[in-house]
Write a protein that binds this ligand. Structure first.
Ligand SMILES: Cc1cc2nc3c(=O)[nH]c(=O)nc-3n(C[C@H](O)[C@H](O)[C@H](O)COP(=O)(O)OP(=O)(O)OC[C@H]3O[C@@H](n4cnc5c(N)ncnc54)[C@H](O)[C@@H]3O)c2cc1C
Length: 463
């Protein structure tokens, strides 16, 4: 019996996987999506960018997203007591989001379900509760995957192309041992709280973040008087604190000005505390014979600019467009993705440069002064266009920002005492005994968090 060959098997049904599936199934391709969870399911990553709204329009999902979520006019950073706002309507003439200078704060469980429901609607075969466990190869070419459903059924699927959209699990690069951990090692600790917002900008849908020395916190309003609350810091700082993730987050909620003052005092934690460890990672290659990686499965960059969902959907769109430009039923050569990899590396480098500048500023009050004094005018518009998701357009501007930051930091020193208000005691010094161990994973973290943190550190080589 001749085995069936699908056009595409997509590994993972998050924003990257559903984008590939919707675009290709709409164009008449035979697409199967294998997703190990049942939707809706929790996922972190709720603050979106305006450049992604163009992709929502193309997928036909803008209307349900607009109906379900809070409009986000921009993002605001607190540098100590100073505010640095980036309002999306303050774009420059090159911005791709002039028609829609706003985005959304989303609950990912609902958002991801809207996206995958659209894939099903246009004809993709989506199999939830099914995990890809093995790759099938023939002469070095990936020709399919082995799947196991949560009912225990095991079967193989074959395809002209396997798209890895498995997020931080990065199934194919991990199996090929080409996943790399990038320095420095940072981690995210987060949970949901029930409370009311105290700030008007928060009520109006702004993303608010606060820098501290080499890290940051976020506070973001979700529907129904709930907040997504979290922090990103170096693994080293976390370990030195001697606190558990839960104790660290609760201490921040008590003592960090944004988290403490942004929510009403009757706040209550309504989820477990979750952790994503070792957040910077990449893959040596983004494609090979018979496969290509999109979204977090390709690489993951520190989320301080909320770039993850946009990069996931943009990379998926780029891959789908490349494949759809080929004659149907033709062999998909690996060389088709050479330009894709080039473009993705450009995005990766540019966003990394901006993230570097962000952390230089977090450590140095002189750089912070430089940034706060450049508010308004040309620099702000360039910055907003970049953080709105147009990563391809402003790389020379971003390089300059990074160089200015480095020079300023070198000229005026990088002494933490100069940035005392960003370097509060509670972050680097234990002030009361903790009865929980300073480990990344404790009993009250979810499987989800433990699994992703473990997996990333296990499957990556160190760079
Ligand atoms: C602390 C933190 C904060 C963040 N904040 C933001 C933010 O504010 N804004 C933003 O844009 N991004 C943010 N991100 C990043 C964002 O979460 C990701 O970039 C985004 O979810 C990537 O989408 P994806 O489709 O590539 O992967 P995912 O959304 O992770 O989807 C991958 C899917 O693959 C499935 N899967 C995995 N392995 C298998 C397997 N073997 N078989 C079958 N299915 C499998 C998973 O169940 C999952 O549903 C944040 C990340 C972290 C860690």
């Amino acid at each position: 019996m001749q085995m069936k060959q699908h056009d595409v098997v997509v590994l993972g049904g998050g924003p990257a996987g559903s984008t590939v599936a919707t675009l290709m199934a709409s164009a008449g391709h035979d697409v199967v999506v294998i997703e190990k969870e049942h939707f809706p399911r929790f996922h972190i990553g709720e603050s979106l960018l305006p450049a992604t709204v163009n992709i929502f329009e193309r997928l036909g999902v803008h209307e349900p997203i607009r109906d379900a979520f809070i409009l986000k006019p921009g993002g605001k950073w607190l540098y100590g007591s100073k505010e640095v706002p980036g309002e999306f309507s303050n774009y420059d003439s090159k911005a791709t989001f002039k028609q829609n200078p706003y985005s959304y704060l989303v609950e990912r469980s609902t958002f991801d379900k809207i996206l995958i429901d659209r894939s099903i609607e246009v004809g993709a075969d989506v199999r939830f509760g099914t995990e890809v466990t093995e790759l099938i190869s023939d002469n070095g070419r990936v020709t399919g995957v082995r799947c196991v459903s949560d009912q225990g059924a095991e079967y193989d699927l074959h395809a002209r192309l396997v798209v890895d959209a498995s997020g931080l699990r990065s199934v194919i690069p991990s199996k090929l041992r080409i996943r790399i951990l990038t320095e420095p090692h940072r981690m995210g600790i987060y949970a949901q709280y029930a409370a009311k917002p105290t700030r008007d900008d928060m009520k109006a849908g702004w993303f608010i973040g606060q820098m501290f020395y080499d890290g940051w916190t976020w506070l973001l309003l979700l529907p129904g008087d709930r907040f997504s609350v979290g922090t990103v810091m170096t693994v080293d700082r976390f370990k030195k604190s001697g606190l558990s993730p839960t104790a660290m987050l609760e201490r921040l909620v008590k003592e960090n000005p944004l988290l403490n003052e942004g929510m009403t005092a009757d706040r209550e934690r309504i989820s477990e505390v979750m952790v994503t460890g070792n957040m910077g990672n990449s893959s040596e290659r983004l494609f090979g014979d018979g496969w290509v990686a999109v979204g977090d499965a390709a690489y993951f960059i520190d989320p301080c600019y909320s770039s993850g969902v946009h990069l996931a959907m943009k990379s998926a769109e780029m891959v789908a467009d490349q494949v759809m430009a080929q004659p149907k039923d033709s062999m998909i050569e690996a060389s088709l993705f050479t330009q894709y990899e080039k473009d993705m590396r450009h995005h990766e480098k540019t966003v990394h440069n901006m993230v570097d500048a962000f952390y230089i500023a977090s450590r140095n009050t002189s750089v912070q002064k430089m940034v706060t004094s450049c508010q308004g005018g040309y620099f702000s518009r360039k910055f907003v266009t970049f953080v709105g998701g147009d990563f391809q357009k402003n790389s020379s501007y971003v390089s300059r920002i990074r160089i200015y930051s480095k020079i300023t930091a070198r000229l005026f020193g990088n002494d933490p005492t100069r940035a005392a208000e960003n370097h509060p005691k509670y972050l680097h010094q234990q002030t009361e005994p903790s009865h929980e161990p300073a480990e990344l994973h404790t009993a009250n973290e979810t499987e989800h968090a433990g699994a992703s943190a473990n997996l990333v550190s296990e499957s990556c080589e160190k760079r």
